[in-house]
Design a protein around this ligand. Structure first.
Ligand code: UTP
Length: 293
């Protein structure tokens, strides 16, 4: 039986150019969904799947992420002295979600390179990778837990996939292969295919469970699309190796918070999912629609 997935890697060293100027000094992963940084939502997903160690790959100016998961004694103390016990407890709980381990990617050489920076911290066991761009509102079992279940059953690498609209394939890593037991045995993989050349409409979503055999494959990966070391290129090798690779459609509502429109949509979706915000936010949206003509 494969070892359980106990560690997760969250790459957070990208430049976040699509969100400039806010990402000049703040990492994209700290952008809030309503009042919670995206990285906290992702860490919470990992924690609910039983993951206890989270390796955050930091880049330039990423101190905000470390601070966010650290104790904030003064702030907590001030809140308690003002009688805001629930707020202080909520802050303290963030620190206890998981154990955060920070590693550094000195240069943003690509997602594959960022994951490789976590090699020593992860070691010789299967691990999860979660990207803060993709948010999943699940229906009970966390998204990454659903992938871990397939890894436990097969020992293979597992990636989340979704069917994208025709014409959108060039924005994603795209996979093709054979379906059985509700999962795709990946045979083919292309990073951001040129329009009209995609092998399918099945796109990779930012959740992965990888066996340790990925490490030498990643280490051997040379710069690919966009001059970056692409995780997709190492995954293609994994798919062709004895461990193999499966694509799984996660049961849940996925939000792409990686570009401006998707980010705004995610904020509204998370807001109306909260009982105290639902009605006022819907009323605000109706009002905006009426007054914007
Ligand atoms: P993205 O391509 O979405 O992030 O990478 P980016 O490069 O920061 O964004 P744009 O395109 O410039 O707006 C996916 C994930 O991989 C991380 C990013 O932080 C993001 O979570 N990443 C990417 C790294 O950690 N290091 C890299 O060298 C590249």
């Amino acid at each position: 039986m494969p070892a359980p997935v106990r560690k997760a890697v969250i790459p957070a060293a990208g430049l976040g150019t699509r969100f400039l100027p806010v990402t000049k000094a703040i990492p994209k992963e700290m952008l809030p969904i309503v009042d919670t940084p995206t990285i906290q939502l992702v860490v919470d997903e990992a924690a609910r799947a039983g993951i206890r160690d989270v390796i955050v790959v930091n880049g330039r100016g990423k101190g905000a992420i470390e601070d966010h998961f650290d104790h904030a004694y003064e702030l907590e103390h001030t809140l308690r002295s003002r009688g805001k016990t629930a707020d202080a407890d909520a802050l303290a709980a963030i620190t206890h979600l998981v154990r955060i381990i920070s590693v550094r990617q000195l240069q943003p050489l690509g997602l594959g390179h960022a994951v490789l920076c976590a090699r020593e911290a992860v070691g010789d066991e299967p691990f999860a990778v979660l990207l803060g761009d993709d948010l999943i509102i699940d229906r009970g079992r966390p998204g990454i837990g659903q992938l871990a279940d397939v890894h436990a059953a097969t020992g293979a690498g597992v990636i989340a996939i979704m069917e994208v609209a025709a014409g959108q394939e060039h924005l994603y890593g795209v996979v093709a292969g054979d379906w059985s037991d509700g999962r795709l045995r990946v045979r083919e993989m292309v990073e951001k295919p040129k329009p009209g050349t995609a092998p399918s409409r099945w796109a990779i979503v930012g959740r992965y469970v990888l066996p340790p055999s990925i490490w030498p494959l990643l280490a051997a990966t040379r710069p690919g699309h966009g001059g970056e070391i692409q995780l997709t290129d190492a995954l293609r090798e994994l798919a062709a190796s004895p461990d193999g690779l499966y694509g799984v459609v996660i049961d849940g509502e996925r939000h792409d918070a990686g570009d401006k429109l998707g980010y705004l949509r995610a904020n509204l979706a998370y807001a109306i999912a909260r009982a105290e915000l639902r009605e006022p936010v819907l009323a605000m949206m109706r009002d905006l629609l009426e007054t914007s003509g």
